[in-house]
Design a binder for this molecule. Sequence first.
Ligand code: PGA
Length: 254
Amino acid sequence: MKLLMAANWKMHKTLSEAGKTARELVSLTESVLPRDREVLLIPPFTCLDTVSRELTGHSGFGLGAQNFYPAEQGAFTGEISPEMLKDAGCSTALVGHSERRHVLGEQDDFLAHKVHFGLDQGLNIILCIGETLDQRKDGQLAEVLNLQLNTALTGLQAADLDNRLSIAYEPVWAIGTGEVAKTGDIAQAHALIRDRLTDLFGPLGQRIRILYGGSVKPENTSEIISIDNVEGVLVGGAGLHAESFSRIVLAEHQ
Ligand code: PGA
């Protein structure tokens, strides 16, 4: 299974900044990209086409979207459909990022609909899940992760997934805070997720990638990607600059 090294640029970058960062990243990493890695850039909607052009023809580099609305088309002011994203060059989209859940108020049922709809429409999906600090302190880690996974994934057929679903474990308290989960905490959460995926999908559950996200930096990536059941990272702040993200992309597996 290849490691997926993904950078979510959130609401950052103009067209020229995005094009420049993508270009620099390719030039820093393409010739030395380990065979076991894939890179995914997730810019804001306005920059998708520009970044797509920069990545075209460079193998190992893909384009993702931060969000979509679960409808083919219609009167949904401000929203974007999976078809539009594919047309702009995206293979993949995030669903359930903590900022969509906690800032924009998206609930598990709606997120489940998005996962199913996005897969039906031909997008690969990275489903983001994770507990808040209060939930962790209250000992609800397993309950929260199981609920988020069950709600979003029940009803999907293993045979339809075919390497198209990844899970990103992102403890809410570690996102953008500089506070990284401890190795043991990451291992514990990823093992819980792996068990649930195996319950839901049988042997295929072993082959669904589980990424870690939350204050990933060049300095901690080697340690994180060497933990059992970690098959990549989803990076915010340190993914904004080609120099730091290139060090994450190329971090050694210990
Ligand atoms: P961060 O963001 O790397 O800035 O903590 C992670 C994320 O939001 O996916």
